[in-house]
Ligand binder design. Sequence first.
Ligand SMILES: C[S@@+](CC[C@H](N)C(=O)[O-])C[C@H]1O[C@@H](n2cnc3c(N)ncnc32)[C@H](O)[C@@H]1O
Ligand SMILES: [Zn+2]
Length: 536
Amino acid sequence: MADASMKDLTLKSSTSGDANEESFEGITEVREGKAIIRCDKKLNIFYNATQEVNRDISIVGVHAHILREKKDDVTLVEAMAASGIRSIRYALEVKGLKKVIANDFSTDCITSINKNSKLNGTEDIVQPSLNDANVIMRSQKGFIIDLDPYGSPAAFIDSAVHGLEDGGLFVVTATDMAGLAGGNAGEACFARYGAMPLKIKSCHEMALRILIHTVQSSANRYGRVAIPLLSLKIDFYVRLFFKIIKSPERAKESCINTSLVYYCTGCKAFNFQPLGVRKSQKIYTFARGPPVSDKCSNCGSIHHVGGPIWTGPMHDKDFVSVMEKTLEDNYSYLNTFPRIEGIINLVAEEVDVPLFYELSELCSVLKVGTIPLPKIRSAILNLGYQVSLSHIAPNTIKTTCPNSIIWDIMRKWKLQNPSPQPLKEGAGFNIMQKESETPNISFDLHPDANPASKENNLMRYQNNPTRNWGPGVRNAFKGQQKSEDKRIANQGKKRHQRKEPGTSNKSEPESSPSPESKCFKKDDSTISGEEGQEKL
Ligand SMILES: C[S@@+](CC[C@H](N)C(=O)[O-])C[C@H]1O[C@@H](n2cnc3c(N)ncnc32)[C@H](O)[C@@H]1O
Ligand SMILES: [Zn+2]
């Protein structure tokens, strides 16, 4: 990612006699995609280099939507534009955009947007706007809305889905993962998003599905439907793409794709309680429940209840394939091209079922050595069920196979690989006491045991590329040096490390990190401080 560079031009200007460079005093320069952004360090402007992949993937997704909807002369509203880098890049790098409204409620940001739009020659397309995000999204008709807030987007979703033209694209980021993915107690998430998260390995997929539920219920209130096109967990945030259409009729369908989650605290199995069922083409009725007994039928443990979450599709596979082609045809220059290619391929492979298992967690319930991924995939495929990885983490299993059969497979693996440590009471012990109800379980290698994305050696999972990796600080252009000073001062001191929910120290990245990516966050405490401002 060599081009995603952030230069401090102060030193250069003060030592140089060149008249042009004189004007750069106190300016930081960023090059990303086809844009150059210069920001005065005295201004209070947000920029996070680590979100280059967020901007790149958004450019490809917006372009794909315009192509798919056969549109030109499109208006895009960026409700929170900060330095203007994203709006300017849309104007420079996406065909079919007539107007990009770069809105922010900070006058410093508008100064930056004006100057940088001139610098990049995008004044004809980029229209700076000083307004509150909710006001601009409701008052300005657009075919595309990009919402990229600090922390939670919850307070802005209603305006976005209300303001879009029919068939338009809503692209949204949420970085408040501590709440959304169940890191804290669930009530804060419920207050913001109307759903309870769970502390589970697939909490980040649950976060995506909670946000889809929130967007869907906002859209449905206006007789609209939010069709999820692409739902991604990337690094420390989620980024989702929705097509918003007017259809009071289809809005009623949401009840069948909205479910409570029953999660077994012993064997990690999940079951879903839909809130409605389809009776006939356009008629819906009450669902039967509950989907589980008081105690788990696999292991006898109790359940936790989460949700409601969206249990319909998270991605539109046709949109994903248009995105892949759009990427290949137009964006080979992007620094994050290999990463986006990997993510899109993983998403294309994902089985369309909610949530996933994590391999080491299944094995730890039975205290058995980790079953190799191709082995368990083969066992599932040999029984005729679908299986895939999740784009969110390696060593994951998304499958149509019922959880009782997953445990029959794991029981057989344990019997073939006995461990010296006997299982005492508990979930694993109870599972091993049961008889298998699934004959013909075979670990023989299935032809699809390895996914195509692995066979093709695509970049799939990436570790945090730098030390200070996270949502960033409000004035990144100013904070760069302080961050480094503080890091040096803190060397050797024991620091309190926040662990992101759902992360495991054991998970192995399958691709090498990208050393050039930068994040200009000051330190861990700044992150908490920023999120603190978002707290309810
Ligand atoms: C995370 S930054 C946006 C980053 C930008 N989209 C990018 O890609 O670099 C959030 C921005 O939202 C602005 N903002 C926060 N609340 C707002 C509101 N209610 N209305 C308008 N702008 C707002 C802040 O001034 C800040 O510049
Ligand atoms: Zn259980």
